[in-house]
Design a protein around this ligand. Sequence first.
Ligand SMILES: [Zn+2]
Length: 350
Amino acid sequence: MRFFPTQPKRRSSVRWLGEWGLVVTLALTTACSHTANNVAGAAEGQDVKPAGSASTIQTGAAVAFDAAHAYRLLQAQCDFGTRQMGSEGHAKCREFLIQQFKPLVDEFATQDWTQPIAKGPGAGHSYKMTNLLGIIRGKDVAPDTVAQSPNLMFSAHWDTRPVADMDPNPANRNKPILGANDGASGVATLLEMARVLKAQRPAQTVVIALWDGEDLGEFFYGARYFARLSSTPTWKQWRPTRSILLDMIGDSDLHVNRETNSLRMAPDLFQEVLDAAADLGVSDHFDGSPLEVEDDHVPLNAAGIPSIDLIDFNYRPWHTLDDTPDKCSPDSLKVIGDVLLRVASRAGRA
Ligand SMILES: [Zn+2]
């Protein structure tokens, strides 16, 4: 196994199949610089609401993605501490996310199960896991047909890694990470997107999913659980036609990779994202190098749901104790949120 997280200038192509299961083909070409952002975080228990959102909705004015609010949602998750399976932070964050997510959607559901872990971090333990799911009806879908299958899914994982196994300091490698980017960034972006989507209504019905159990053991437990159930009568109405996964999109220096599993499995959807980015003048954030990643989109693709992963893997604090909110930017959350809201506004249109 070889990996070069601390040598950003070198141009190298590495295929690394780690014991942690993440398969990466990586070309590191540019230095990754991080700018600290001084956005105040929400204290535990504090209500996290976007400034002026209520009046905006009441007057019927366009509701826009609020970057500062999304960043507060990122900070609020981190304020619970590390959120690995079985931790107090995980339990508290679960309640926080339910409280935040439920009012933002037309229909809300959880998937709860107990997951034994056979290999990797957490092996030998069983953990209670929870996927959080919300449906937002499309604008032309009558209110009593909320059960119509969604056209599009947006998803991200909300758990954080129990071990900082990439930390430069060996003494830290058994400690859990805070997961500001690797966990909180995608969730924060999706919650803020949900607020905008419910106010403006997407072209067709959208489902938002927050996966548990992505970052331990043999990975992707939440997405695999959903994928397995998505064809059963109970969960069929939650099964999307296609899906977009967000992972590590909060990096201050955002350059989304051309993830090759995504390009292979759902090239048209990836192109829709690139087209939306071009329309909004933010293509320079989608110019990351080609990269193969195994992530939550892999089990979704395997279940027949064409899925892409938007990920910026050129992030030096990945799986270290340095994955903290100061490495993330409200602007990056907004770039992704605005692009995906544009994709949702067009999805299903001729
Ligand atoms: Zn991770």
